[in-house]
Design a binder for this molecule. Structure first.
Ligand SMILES: CC(C)(COP(=O)(O)OP(=O)(O)OC[C@H]1O[C@@H](n2cnc3c(N)ncnc32)[C@H](O)[C@@H]1OP(=O)(O)O)[C@@H](O)C(=O)NCCC(=O)NCCS
Length: 93
């Protein structure tokens, strides 16, 4: 296993949430993070838990690698923050 990522459906909002995306340090910068995020987004687009088009995640504001990856897939800051974490979201079809 080179990494891990979790998908949650928040029925209250409703929205899909991506949690704990991580690639083992020795395997980073080989494209696994991009590939994993693309597979997660494809999975969410199939709407396995509910009809929401909104995908949300939080990320440390100093985590440049992760922010670049999320922004490359269209995630944008919502303006919501929690201490050092910023919220980003993406609207999908
Ligand atoms: C964020 C993370 C998942 C990226 O995984 P990865 O397998 O290294 O990512 P990729 O190799 O697919 O690279 C994807 C993009 O990330 C960015 N990136 C990756 N490493 C980077 C680095 N050292 N510096 C700057 N940008 C970087 C680039 O935009 C890259 O796209 P590019 O190849 O077109 O330049 C990985 O660094 C990680 O697990 N970090 C620790 C845990 C973590 O912070 N998770 C995110 C929680 S919000």
């Amino acid at each position: 296993m080179v990494g891990y990522v979790m998908v949650i459906y928040d029925y209250d909002i409703p929205e899909y949430d991506i949690w704990h995306m991580m690639i083992d340090e020795s395997n980073q910068k080989r494209g696994y993070g991009s590939a994993a995020l693309d597979r997660v987004l494809d999975y969410i687009k199939a709407k396995p838990f509910g009809a929401s088009n909104r995908v949300t995640l939080t990320c440390n504001r100093d985590n440049i690698q992760a922010l670049k990856l999320y922004q490359s897939r269209g995630f944008a800051e919502t303006g919501a923050t929690d201490e050092d974490e910023i919220e980003l979201s993406l609207m999908i079809q």
